[in-house]
Design a protein around this ligand. Structure first.
Ligand SMILES: C[S@@+](CC[C@H](N)C(=O)[O-])C[C@H]1O[C@@H](n2cnc3c(N)ncnc32)[C@H](O)[C@@H]1O
Length: 279
């Protein structure tokens, strides 16, 4: 396990993933009924953009750095940026929330936040960063076991983020397996798989085909590129495959993504969204 998210915190892929996550939570919060948020690969929860790791790559400068201080922010980014504002009260961008911190801050009194991180040191930091919030529990285990260990949840409503480091070649396959397992254990699970997009058409086609056979009732594919696919880069962009997205998400993202592609595009930004499994 060599991957450390601290090097990449706040980059374009994080901004895209975290903005969509805040909308998923907001839309799920329209109903009073509680939900459980599950994070299979949670990371540290909190990052210091001026720290050694983030400073070494500077990736956040082309991510959250491009949104910070802008005056033309869409309303749909308000939850995300309000949290960032609270974490950086003097107006200088330094602290960045990972998915656990965003979920913890947006969860209501009746919701639960169930986090899993395998790296022992990162897991310990995650525990400390979650500030003994009684709604949060942190497991230091195997992320791929989360669907089996935690689904179905008592709340009967679950939002799961599947966000592995993609260090191993089989991780796309494991993502689709985890989704399949989640759907078979709790059909209505809202599950979002984050995945990197690089210039590897064959691998992506296999992944999309696998996604269509997960048994998810509905599956939305959302992608944001910061470089065109034909330009070889270490990361051209990223995607989210979202099973059972809450009603209204597609419409919201149609509004948000053109703006995001414009703001985050490097050689050229673009986006797409379609249904891999339609109802
Ligand atoms: C991309 S990061 C997660 C970022 C986080 N979800 C966020 O958005 O802020 C992936 C994390 O998975 C952890 N990890 C790697 N292999 C794992 C495994 N098999 N089970 C659980 N966690 C794992 C890494 O230590 C790393 O912190």
């Amino acid at each position: 396990m060599n991957y450390r998210h601290a090097y990449h915190a706040g980059n374009h892929a994080d901004v895209f993933k975290h903005l969509v996550l805040t909308r998923l939570i907001a839309l799920m919060s329209r109903k009073e009924q509680p939900f459980a948020y599950l994070d299979t690969h949670a990371g540290l929860g909190l990052y210091d953009l001026r720290g050694d790791e983030a400073s070494r790559t500077g990736e956040w400068l082309e991510g959250i750095g491009r949104l910070w201080g802008r005056q033309d922010l869409p309303d749909l980014a308000a939850d995300y940026l309000r949290i960032l504002g609270k974490m950086n009260p003097d107006g200088e961008l330094r602290y960045y929330p990972g998915s656990p911190e965003l979920a913890r801050r947006l969860a209501r009194q009746q919701d639960r936040v169930l986090l899993n991180e395998k790296h022992p040191q990162d897991g310990q930091l995650l525990k400390e960063n979650m500030k003994r919030d009684p709604r949060v529990s942190v497991h230091l285990g195997e992320g791929w076991h989360v669907p089996r260990a935690l689904l179905p949840v008592a709340e009967k409503r679950a939002l799961m983020l599947i966000d592995p480091p993609f260090e191993q070649l089989d991780e796309l396959k494991r993502c689709t397996q985890a989704l399949k397992e989640s759907i078979s254990r709790m059909r209505q699970t809202v599950a979002a798989i984050w995945y990197p997009i690089k210039d590897d058409a064959r691998q992506m086609t296999r992944f999309y085909n696998d996604l269509t056979s997960t048994g998810a009732p509905k599956l939305l594919r959302v992608e944001l590129l910061v470089h065109p696919l034909e330009t070889p880069q270490s990361l051209n962009g990223s995607g989210l495959a979202i099973a059972n997205p809450p009603w209204g998400l597609e419409e919201e993202l149609r509004e948000l993504l053109p703006w995001l592609a414009e703001v985050l595009g490097q050689t050229k930004g673009s986006w797409r969204m379609d249904w891999l499994i339609a109802e």
